[in-house]
Design a protein around this ligand. Structure first.
Ligand SMILES: *Cc1c(COP(=O)(O)O)cnc(C)c1O
Length: 404
């Protein structure tokens, strides 16, 4: 029984939160009341949703929904163990084989998320005597994987192939393994990694080449096969990572490569070894999603038609949608660059009040002074919804002095 009043040892957290509040970048979670859809209800308010990664609208696709329900009826709700103990179900294997065929590689391993796929893979294959050459804007899960591996990290300027080569050259005579790693599509700016150049220098220096296609799966390449297919780089990227949580509409991450790479990860990737596998419904959902990618190419066509329309209209209104002080987007990710963090968060809140959800993103997720409202197009937004959102964006933008 504690007798004296105890001082709260977590009080420093309250101080730090107060600091965020003073800076205007503290946020409250917005809660979705219904389905993840182009028009949906957050915190009791109906809004046009420009914030999800639901590129193809698969979160609510009838075939995926049915696949999840059927698998739940047949196999129950959980896998009951990690993959290596008793938690590998036939449906997990089926999904891995399906993805490997889709990606035209020998083998595939599915992780619980894209985050664990990246962090688990990089930390499993490299050690402290090795080197990682990494784009400065690579995703947090890559950065964490690099740190967990204890390898030496050499960062190259965003998409700067010459700088990547310089970094590789600087450790050329060192004995450790070298890993060259890039996002396929960069999540905050929507630009595409320079894969042809990077593969070339990786080959020149005998480095392992790894690409994270989280935002390109279901978006770029034939039927959404990602940036490797987009650039025709088959066979030249040793480790391909993707997510099942964005365009695929459910949850998970995967790694594609040789049979031995995958077998090695089965033995050494810590999230695979120490964290329970997906419920059967998730695996079934993802299998159905790859069928949809192959059989309903009109979804991707509509995604790109909407993307072209959206970028053109936002540009005409006079918003900075990248390409000036930030990289120019080449994908459905369309940032509206505001600059200052507080103004960005205020803009996002005002948009919400008028029925548009666009998330404000500030430092440290993006560099200081490059805060933005990131919008992401999907295949399932209607023209009318987009036009309505544009009216709101223009009105709020003018009112707040963001548009002149
Ligand atoms: C979203 C994202 C991830 C993480 O994927 P999850 O499946 O959501 O864990 C990894 N890499 C990149 C580039 C991403 O954008």
């Amino acid at each position: 029984m504690p007798t004296a009043a105890r001082t709260n040892p977590l009080v420093f957290l309250t101080d730090q939160l107060d600091e965020l509040k003073a800076k205007g970048t503290h946020f409250r979670l917005r809660v979705l009341d219904d389905e993840q859809a182009p028009v949906c209800t957050f915190d009791g308010k109906k809004v046009i949703n420009l914030a999800s990664n639901n590129y193809l609208g698969l979160t609510t696709h009838p075939k995926l929904r049915e696949a999840a329900l059927e698998a739940t009826r047949k196999y129950g709700v959980g896998s009951g163990a990690v993959r290596t103990i008793a938690g590998t179900m036939k449906i997990h294997m089926e999904l891995e084989e399906k993805i490997a065929r889709f990606k035209n590689v020998e083998a595939c391993v599915v992780f619980q998320s894209g985050f664990t796929a990246n962090a688990g893979t990089v930390s499993a294959i490299l050690g402290k005597e090795d080197f990682i050459i990494s784009d400065e804007l690579n995703h947090a899960s890559i950065i964490d994987g690099c740190r967990l591996s204890r390898a030496k990290i050499l960062v190259f300027r965003h998409k700067d192939v010459a700088h990547a080569e310089e970094q590789l050259a600087s450790v050329k005579s060192q004995p450790g393994k070298k890993l060259l790693i890039s996002d396929g599509v960069f999540s905050m700016d929507g630009d595409i990694g320079p894969l042809p150049g990077l593969c070339e220098v990786a080959e020149k220096y005998g480095a392992i080449m790894m690409v994270d296609d989280a935002h390109s799966s279901g978006v770029l390449g034939c039927n959404g096969r990602g940036t490797i297919d987009h650039f025709g780089m088959h066979g030249r990227v040793d480790i391909q990572v993707g997510t099942l949580s964005k365009a695929i509409g459910a949850l998970g991450g995967y790694v594609c490569g040789t049979r031995d790479l995958i077998d090695y990860l089965y033995h050494r990737a810590r999230p695979f070894l120490f964290s329970t596998s997906h419920p059967p419904s998730v695996a079934a959902t993802c299998i159905a999603a790859f069928d949809v990618l192959e059989n309903e190419p009109q979804l991707m066509e509509q995604l790109w038609a909407n993307t072209r329309f959206w970028k053109k209209e936002l540009g005409l209104l006079g918003f900075d949608i990248g390409g000036k002080t930030t990289p120019a987007s080449e994908t459905p990710i369309t940032p509206i660059i505001i600059g200052e963090g507080r103004l960005t968060m205020e803009f996002s809140r005002e948009l919400f009040k008028e029925g548009v959800l666009g998330t404000g993103i500030a430092f440290p997720t993006v560099p200081e002074g490059k805060a933005r409202v990131r919008t992401i197009m999907t295949a399932t937004h209607t023209k009318q919804e987009l036009q309505q959102a544009l009216v709101v964006l223009e009105r709020v933008g003018k009112r707040m002095g963001i548009l002149v």
